[in-house]
Design a protein around this ligand. Structure first.
Ligand code: B1M
Length: 217
């Protein structure tokens, strides 16, 4: 399978949309899980695109195309597959999720939302560039059990603390669990701002959400 993941990365970095889709379908047909395809092929390819951008080898336009390609593969192939495999009849709790104010990166947040839904959570996705007051409003309106935040920029990760402060001001900090994640965030940072949990990837985000609500399995 590693060879196939290598081919997906190569096709991804060549922006071969049809090639990537065909190879992803092949990986699934050969027994790979959607999460393996994300974590072992698509996410590393995206990270390489980011490195090339940093080194000046890719322009911003190429980063945009990489984002579009990732989203197409998710929407057309992986999200339907995750839903098919999920199929949980229970509702484990309500999660309000968004990418914080000033941050427009939505791919990782959307993967986390999909995985949470597949696991049986009711997920309210607020989108990107979400201000603290919108997180608070949604948490109250939907009686959220968890507020989940994503940030990819070292500048915007600081917004997470502002959301926690806003939850405190609204008097609901002790009624919700807060989890954070995204490329810029570390476990240490999560602890320093008073979050209850940190997810390195979408699978860990689901695991920590269940743990925080005392759900087994
Ligand atoms: Co941006 N960008 N970007 N970008 N971009 C990064 C983050 C960067 C590291 C690239 C680089 O320079 N190497 C860099 C940030 C540097 C820094 O802050 N230190 C950067 C920059 C600088 C910028 C701009 C400022 C560029 C510019 O305009 N000059 C600009 C900012 C715009 C803004 O947000 N205000 C910008 C714009 C963009 C695009 C629009 C072109 C595009 C986004 C398209 C889109 O989302 N629709 C883009 C992309 C694609 C990237 C990289 C290459 C890839 C991000 C991605 O989608 N990864 C990124 C480089 C990188 O991450 N290494 C980069 C794949 C995704 C599956 O991973 O989002 O990490 P990720 O999500 C993972 C986990 O982190 C985790 O689970 C997911 C699944 O495994 N996770 C959670 C995520 N959220 C979670 C929440 C949880 C738990 C787990 O709990 C709640």
């Amino acid at each position: 399978m590693e060879e196939l993941y290598g081919k997906i990365k190569e096709a991804f970095l060549g922006f071969d949309f049809d090639g990537v889709k065909a190879l992803v379908r092949e990986a699934l047909a050969r027994g790979a899980s959607p999460n393996d395809v994300i974590e072992r092929a698509l996410r590393p390819a995206m990270e390489e695109a980011g490195r090339r951008f940093e080194k000046g080898e890719f322009f911003l336009a190429e980063l945009v195309v990489a984002g579009d390609l990732f989203k197409e593969v998710m929407d057309e192939i992986l999200v339907p597959e995750i839903r098919k495999q999920g199929g949980s009849a229970r509702t484990l709790g309500t999660v309000v999720i968004g990418t914080v104010r000033g941050d427009l990166h939505d791919i990782g947040k959307s993967i986390v939302a999909t995985m949470l839904r597949a696991a049986g959570f009711n997920v309210i996705d607020l989108g990107v560039d979400v201000p603290p007051e919108k997180f608070v409003e949604a948490a109250i309106q939907h009686k959220a059990d968890i507020v989940a935040m994503s940030a990819l920029l070292t500048t915007t990760m600081l917004e997470m603390k502002n959301v926690i402060e806003a939850l405190k001001r609204a008097g609901i900090r002790d009624k919700v669990k807060v989890i954070v994640g995204g490329a810029a965030v570390t476990e240490e940072f999560a602890r320093s701002i008073g979050a209850d949990g940190y997810g390195e990837d979408a699978v860990k985000a689901v695991k920590i959400s269940k743990q925080l609500l005392g759900i087994e399995g």
